[in-house]
Design a binder for this molecule. Sequence first.
Ligand code: HEC
Length: 431
Amino acid sequence: MSLTQHGRAGFAVALVAALGFLAAPAAAQAPDEAHELTFTRDVAPILQRSCQECHRTGSIAPMSLLTYEETRPWARSIREKVVARTMPPWYVDKNIGVQGFKYDYSLSDEEIETIAGWVDAGAPRGNPEDLPAPREFRDIAEWKIGEPDWIVEIPEPFVVAPEAPNWWGDLYSDSGLTEDRWVRAVETKPSIEGFPVVHHAVTSNSDPESDDDDYAFLNEYALGKNGDIFPDGTGRLIKAGAQIKFNMHYAAIGVETTDRTRVGLQFYPKGVVPERKLISAHVGDDEDLDIPAGASNVRHDGYYRLNENAHITAFQAHLHNLGKRQCLEAIYPDNSKEILSCADWDFGWHIVYNYEDHVAPLLPKGTILHVTSWHDNSEANRWNDDPTNWAGFGQRSSDEMSFAWVSWYELDDEAFEKEVEARETLADNDE
Ligand code: HEC
């Protein structure tokens, strides 16, 4: 298709959209002249759902967006960030792959249009009576999974100085477990005082019987996310003597703040081995990275074979400062292929994308997971310290990495068939 044709096609689409819009004057949300977009009616509900968990006093974001007075001065900046989809931080591609994630606070195209239209109209307040009741926030002290049976803290309280630079790093604690236990629920959370400085926290556990000091992904703390309560009969094994690794990102808030992040575990009763075991693994590691100085779009590929049938529960890209984007593809035993997810990468946010149960990929054994990663070593990448340096694989965060954390549980053939059939029934009912 030539460029001109392409342009025309785009125009036609825009025209149809506009006509559709005129033909449906009854549509309540459609912004038209009679319906001036206002803060109280149109914008406040969006901020409540997608922004305020972080944007309120005492939380992790730099400013509060609870009231009109607080929001109005940020209108331009809000427009810019939501249109670019850098805020809220949720970077999984909405146009490719499986759609449907737990804890998804991202904005729909309509919501972005609403915010942009409101700012363009001069960010009016509107009728105070339209304002929804204030959102209630959870009590940070409360465990969403219920009281844990076992709690492991970071080894020492961590003090963040008022103006400290961002701190990324790993902290290690003994789990204190003297026997193997199957976990049925897990939650990672900052201490109450520390909560405003904990940008993210990701926990993993070691396998003391393994020779390589590998850690398996356990749980991610992120605002707006609950702990992980595994489906009935599903569990994750933590072995006696395991270490817990806390991968932390601390960000200063102008006052000295002390945190003691911890992870809470609930166990299956002793001796009970759940039917389905939850696994998290590095998938598609490529340790032969070659990222030339200044290059903005460098691709690498890695592969991982699933030896058992799998129900995939979550995907998280793992890249360092120069990461740009990652895709996870399934290559089925019959060689057909399907992209499961793609997500842009911003080193400031380590987001785990948890698939909704009814769309979670079901992959037959023998499927190969194909991970494609892109790195940006140009000066356009705001996390790049030195675009004149070549970059390669390594453990330091100034080195690069390229793999995906994928979580799944295994299913024998019979159980797998059952899940596939249930999925097909669901799809038929939808039609
Ligand atoms: C998960 C937490 C979180 C959510 C949800 C979130 N933000 Fe943010 N936001 C932050 C943090 C933290 C920053 C500071 C910059 C950074 O770390 O990326 C920020 C920065 C911003 C900025 C730039 C402020 C500046 O200093 O220039 C704007 C504007 C913004 N957010 C708007 C929004 C809006 C609008 C929403 C909802 C549609 C939203 N954010 C949702 C955490 C969040």
